[in-house]
Design a protein around this ligand. Structure first.
Ligand code: DSN
Length: 438
């Protein structure tokens, strides 16, 4: 008898060997089950992913690539890495795939080092307008090695003015034009980015880490269909796979990208992660997953509408994808960190977030960011989005009232109790509360 996620024998052993870590694990399962997860980059992985992450593939060193390894004993690891690459290429309509990046940041670093020289110029989106740290934020090492020039979005629409992007491109002649985001709720116009890059002979790079699953599920456009040179995605966000990253590209870039990942940047790939990525590529190619991807966006639009009807000011005035950014200062007079804490107390997890050209600092910014991939993975739908939106509004209006927040937490739990976390069954052999108190 097992709960889906771990074998009973392994859990019993863990409880004996390390009761403190066992308790933290049990408590984390309770936290993830009883609260609502709205951080847009988080998700519940497919339950089978746990089987591979907790498997003997963890034990294997596999430096190199299938058929060209530096250690023996690779007959099974070659099978999983070949399957992962082939399935990723098919899913994203790409000629080349590398599934070894350990996560999102090294994946993007490998693209820069593989296709550019130190000192080259990259045109990318400004961090406070939605870009990622690895897209040249001044605090990242990448900004010291490459010369980043940043475009911004227009406010309040959030649109990208491609005349301005073209002017920057003509002026700075970047070697690479990068689009992609970690906090931008709108669809990107890949054709316009490609056109501008072609005019100056630059490479095109799309970082779709947040929306990889929505692209895989055909719910959003795929940059590879627009002739992009390279695209990266993490595998654990909307794709519902293991922590990790992958690089997709035109075939001609393959040798340079392979070398950039290994031996350029990493040693042995994490083969338990690669095996789980192979599985994820298979599950993300199903009709069920296409429905999931559409539902993520449908839920985000319902939640966005509920929040706006309740008076919230959303950056860009809505969403086209899985994510929304709320200016909490504008409506509730709460900085993002205070809003995040109040919502946490009400069982609603999301993150504080800078808004475009935020006058406030990153740890005390003007907004919050939230999204629907995890809630949708629990099969929540229209009714729950409306209920959650209402709960959020009531929480933000009562942010300094601990008693009200405690009551709201019970309401959140009541909704969550009806939607089990995938892979964390309700009839598990371990009574979490009893065990974690033990
Ligand atoms: N931490 C991820 C996010 O939340 O967007 C990206 O690195």
């Amino acid at each position: 008898m097992t709960n889906f996620t771990y074998s009973t024998a392994a859990l019993e052993q863990l409880q004996k060997s390390d009761p403190e870590i066992f308790k933290a694990l049990m408590d984390e399962e309770v936290r993830q089950s009883e609260g609502i997860e709205l951080i847009p980059s988080e998700n519940y992985c497919f339950p089978e992913v746990y089987a591979l992450l907790g498997s003997v593939f963890n034990n294997k060193y596999s430096e190199g690539y299938p058929g060209r390894r530096y250690y023996g004993g690779q007959e099974n690891t070659d099978i999983v890495e070949n399957l992962a690459r082939d399935r990723a290429k098919a899913l994203f309509r790409a000629e080349y795939a590398n599934v070894q990046p350990l996560s999102g940041s090294p994946m993007n670093q490998a693209v820069y080092f593989g296709l550019l020289q130190p000192g080259d110029t990259i045109l990318a989106m400004d961090l406070s307008h939605g870009g990622h740290l690895t897209h040249g934020a001044p605090v990242s090492h990448m900004s010291k090695i490459f010369n980043f020039v940043r475009y911004k979005t227009e406010q309040p629409s959030g649109k990208i003015d491609f005349d301005k992007v073209r002017t920057l491109a003509q002026q700075h002649k970047p070697k690479m034009v990068l689009c992609g985001f970690s906090s931008y709720p709108r669809e990107l116009d890949y054709a316009s980015f490609k056109k501008i890059a072609d005019e100056i002979g630059a490479l095109t790079f799309a970082d779709v880490s947040h929306i990889g699953g929505l692209i895989a599920g055909d719910a959003l456009a795929n940059p590879m269909d627009f002739g992009f040179d390279v695209m990266t995605t993490t595998t654990h966000k909307s794709l519902r796979g293991p922590r990790g990253g992958m690089i997709l590209a035109k075939k001609q870039h393959g040798p340079a990208l392979d070398k950039a990942v290994f031996p350029g940047l990493q040693g042995g790939p994490h083969m338990h992660q690669v095996a789980a990525t192979a599985l994820t590529m298979k599950l993300a190619a199903t009709d069920d997953f296409k429905l999931y991807a559409r539902n993520v966006i449908k839920n985000a639009k319902i939640l966005a509408t509920t929040l706006m009807e309740g008076g919230s000011q959303l950056v860009t005035g809505g969403t086209d994808n899985h994510m929304m950014v709320v200016n909490t200062v504008a409506w509730f007079n709460l900085s993002g960190d205070i809003a995040e804490k109040a919502l946490d107390a009400a069982g609603i997890t999301l993150n504080k977030q800078m808004i475009p050209d935020d006058p406030l600092p990153p740890l005390k910014p003007s907004g919050i960011r939230l999204g629907t991939p995890a809630a949708t993975a629990r099969d929540m739908g229209e009714n729950e989005m409306k209920q959650l939106g209402g709960l959020m509004l009531r929480t933000l209006r009562a942010a300094d009232n601990a008693a009200t927040l405690a009551k709201l937490r019970e309401e959140t739990k009541a909704i969550c109790d009806r939607f089990p976390v995938p892979g964390v069954t309700k009839d598990r052999p371990f009574d979490h509360k009893a065990r974690s108190a033990a």
